[in-house]
Write a protein that binds this ligand. Sequence first.
Ligand code: SF4
Length: 205
Amino acid sequence: MSVEHKLRVLHEALDNCRACSTVIGPVVHGPPVVSPVLIVGQAPGPREGKIGRPFAWTAGKTLFKWFEQATGQTEERVRERIYFSAVARCFPGKAKSGGDRKPDPTEIANCRPFLEKETTLLKPLLVVPVGTLAIEQVLTHKGPLAPVIGKRFQTTYHGHLTDVICLPHPSGASTWHRVSPGKELLLKALDLIAAHPAIQQAFTC
Ligand code: SF4
């Protein structure tokens, strides 16, 4: 069975998953792109379920603008060539503060086997965690973003040795990437992504 077929089977399992009674469906995932680059987001927002794809609203517009800046590739092409995953695949609902609630430890644990399987199947050369929660999951880094944005790391993720370049969350609610030092660190991260061989490979194959 090809990797693409195995990803399709995994997506069927995802579509049928009801492990968390605390989230708001439906499950959101991208297409089964066999890619050397794995994006790990936090969780879908309130609009993605209806649209049926990850990063489909305002945060996505910013993320794809960053990718266009880094790679010269359109959103459509990035979606065709890069695999999109997330720490949780269902919208967790609103937080009391009014923003989107972050997935809780139980939801993260329930969803982890999907991410683990995707990593095992894709064996990515580059993992790009987007936002603090995804960074924490991939690098086990807790705390300020400045020490991890604009640098390239190597780590073992779900048993697989890979490079990691982190991005801040592109949410409109975050100002981190718009002011110093976040603004400059984001540019460094985008330069590192642009120069990474996995990106070259993703868009030439
Ligand atoms: S968040 Fe993940 S584990 Fe929980 S119901 Fe959705 S797909 Fe299943």
